[in-house]
Design a protein. Sequence first.
Length: 753
Amino acid sequence: MEDIPGLVKDLALILVVASVVTLVFKKLKQPLVLGYVVAGFLVSTHMPYTMSVVDQEDIETWANIGVMFLLFSLGLDFSFKKILKMGMQPIIATMTIVFCMIMLGIIVGNIMGWSQMNCIFLGGMLAMSSTTIIYKAFSDLGLRQQSFASIVMSVLILEDILAIVMMVMLSAIASGNNPDGGQMLNSILKIGFFLILWFVVGIFLIPLFLRSVRRLINNETLLIVSLGLCCAMAVLSTKVGFSSAFGAFVMGSILAETIEAEKIIKLVEPVKNLFGAIFFVSVGMLVDPKILIEYAVPIIVLVCTILVGQAIFGSFGFLLSGQPLKSAMQCGFSMAQIGEFSFIIASLGVSLGVTGDFLYPVVVAVSVITTFLTPYMIRASGPAYTLTEKKLPKKWIRSLNHMTRSHPSTSSGGKSLWRSLLMAMARNTLIYTILAAATVALMFSFVRPLMRNILHEESLQTYADVITGIFTIIFISPFLRSIVMKKNHSEEMKKLWSENRANRLPLIFTVLVRVYIAAAFIFYIINRISHFANALMITIAIVVVILMVMSRGLKQRSIRLERTFIQNLRSRDIEAQVHGHRKPLYEGHLLDRDIHIADFEIPEGSLWAGKTLMELGLRNRFGVHVSSILRGKQRINIPSGTTVIYPGDDLQAIGSDEQLKALSDAIEEEMFSGDPEIEKREMKLRQIVITGKSKFLDKTLMESGIRDTYNCMVVGLERGEEDLWQPDPDYIFKKGDIVWVVGEEDSLKQLMG
């Protein structure tokens, strides 16, 4: 009989132990993450009284896959648009907390005599609060609906993003023990370049691909496609020097903007849970009781560092972001723990071989202790605020609250025209420059060698270079034209040009700078494929840029590309609007004119059910316009007067507050009031014997009027010993027929009278 592979045995042991332990933790209302860690400890070689995993290397491979799928799922829940809409307040809080906790971790590590790399990784671990644990604590304590909880979750999302960036940076600087500022800056720029490139290209291509195969995709194929894209981006990420987890996160964030995002999240959830459990179990397998005993003092010190550091610096960060003192302390105290990303950063240090063996189990122990203390820290924020309020001078409290009230809002419309214009120009120039640079790099790295292999003769090598250069210029021409022309005809540009003559020279300068950037690309390409003089290459570059600007076909091509990108980026929002989960964008323009959109559900028993919009006359009665009707998964936009209303329909109506209020009142009032004689509606069964004097003798069923005149119904007929059967409408009643009819009591009396 064939022996079972060791990997299957190890997997069976892990899952069985993990299932038992997590059930116990579920019963104790503790986070499942801790259950997985405990299960890992029980199946590790450090636990001599239980069965142990045989091949830990295979488990570590599965754990790395688990990290990848965890971050892929995080990306699916993440949205770049949400971050941009948050404004500066969460960003200020996040940057303050992360910077202070990293510095605090480095200082504490140095005090304990640890190496510089251990201190750097320790700082990164202490800066990452646990989204999973805090969310669970808020749910258990019934605090998810409170305002400070939503603020904390916004900061946690940003912290998760910074954790991804931090992992990439730590990987980049882990090659030496003396990372300098230039190396870190280079890492940040590299991350920014590829992040923008992948996001822009992904948002353009992936929704188009999913849209083209939407009719062919079911749940099974969608799962395979999404996981395939995840793994492909993970491989690509490792090829350019990043971690596979970073690539998985990027692909998740791209798919988060597609219509299929909700389905993908549900389909990937079991896969993420399985591999995530294996990862956290592998974390627990590295916990060595001997190391925990040996490093008991550092563990206690780090626990106190997190509790005190987050209570102080966390509250300070939220205070700087504009929160009142009480809310800031509630937020700061809530974040006093470390979790899953700390484990991931710790495993990164182990895999790179730059951190000590002791650091991983120490961090796990600190996470376990701080997790158990999280609910108590959240509860302690109230008494701590009361004590602080008593101890601090009243003048200080008033100053802090005044600072909060006067904190500038990021959503205010006080931005100058210059700032708005320059920010838009810089954003467009950066994005299109990255796209053009990536295209040039791909063409000269892959297409040029291919062309030289095809035209392998020495005399044809120049032609290969020229062909590559021409196609490169053609491919990047929409990007270069957008660099030069974007925002040149915007409202900000027109206002600044007309309101002050002094603005015209700086505005012309902004155009010349962008022309220079576009010409620099052309110059670089020509320089790679020829040996012309610099003056000639500059002239050719300027002429090519001018031709691009004047080309109407290129203009239309650029507009189509940008519109496709915007549509893909908004596809999930459009789906939400179509299904009625979000108000249309044009509602904002209606609000400026004191009218807006409201949803009204047609209840069961409504007198409107079965009537057309023309019969209801909503426009004449209330002055409202029905813009859409949502019926299940169907959306009827601009319904006609012949459209019939059914119970359960959601009407989207446009009108003023008074008009919509009148419509709402009418929907509630115009209801079927119920039958006061409901008892008489009971249906009864009777039999009629057709005699020689019967009024139905020799009449057909249709002529008898049993249904139309007496409001009764024939359900069967029998003749002698025959079984009951259904007569046809043209059946002629004969003497001796026994007719079975159903109807209300009064109707039956009339029928038989």
